[in-house]
Design a protein around this ligand. Sequence first.
Ligand SMILES: *Cc1c(COP(=O)(O)O)cnc(C)c1O
Length: 368
Amino acid sequence: MQQSIEQLANLGVQKLVPYQAGKPVSELQRELGLTKIVKLASNENPLGPSPKVSAAIKKEIPELSRYPDGNAFDLKAALAKKYTVSEQQITLGNGSNEILELLARAFLNPETEVIFSQHAFAVYPIVTQSVGAIAKVIPAINYGHDLDGMLAAITEKTKLIFIANPNNPTGTYLSEAELSQFLSKVPEHIITVLDEAYFEYVAETDYPNSVPWLKQFPNLVITRTFSKAYGLAGLRVGYSLSSTAMADLLNRVRQPFNNNALALVAAEAALADADYLAETIRLNDAGMVQLKAAFSELDLAWIDSVGNFISVDLAREAASINTALLHKGVIVRPVANYEMPNHLRISIGTEAENAFFIEALKEVLVNV
Ligand SMILES: *Cc1c(COP(=O)(O)O)cnc(C)c1O
């Protein structure tokens, strides 16, 4: 009998279901031959990159025959200054997703358990399973994380806890008080990963300023990214802030040149462009109001979100509505794989993009 290649893989990998990304615009164009397509599916920044980023990339082009700075001196210095941490507390990743993977590689094995919430970001189960660790998924409360439930799930095998704040795709968040209490109850030998991919968007006054917690909790890892508010999803730059001991371990498993040279200069330029960030947030806040008003008008419920996306409840299976939207040139994100079959997640776009989506949704809801 012929050897099955699949059976050669580690058990966790055999059972792995690949991450479902938002459909690329070019793919829908190929499939349906549409001329106008609006993509509100991957929580990308609708402004496009900052002009300062484009200039920095152009300037770097003559250096492309050289390896990038493997220690990212300039970008780390800029981040250290901005967040009042030392460079030794920073680990850079090829997107913050890579940091999640580094954590799995450094700390997990088939004898360890990982705790995260139902409806939480899909990369947590993937990195957990890829190293054969055991996922403990804690039922959500009103789509949000049940921190007491997560604490109660801790066993002597627990190694790591993933918390998305705010969470994607629900947009729910945890307050400073809730999280600081939680962290003080997590045993020291368990690592808490606080995924703050949407940190820059959150204006709620009780949203935590988590960085000072690093002094108190050497087992805390905060992850952030340039993919969302800084508009660099295509370049792949994310980072973690942690204790220096933790960063040292993550940097041991990291590939030496995991951030390319263009990404490094682009991230530095993006970090310095306060006007771009302010415009991003203004646009997002306005778009959130615009979408909620449309949902109200259509009698649709939604989950309140503090991110750059919102999940709307269609009160019926969302799959056929999603297909109909695709035929109208609108790409949004079905979230059935997050156990939310009746919801669609909409990334906030420009005013015109949001309006295009709203118009399509109105037509589709009547006809499908
Ligand atoms: C988008 C997202 C990320 C970041 O992904 P990158 O790899 O940095 O592009 C991380 N966590 C959550 C919850 C996200 O939604």
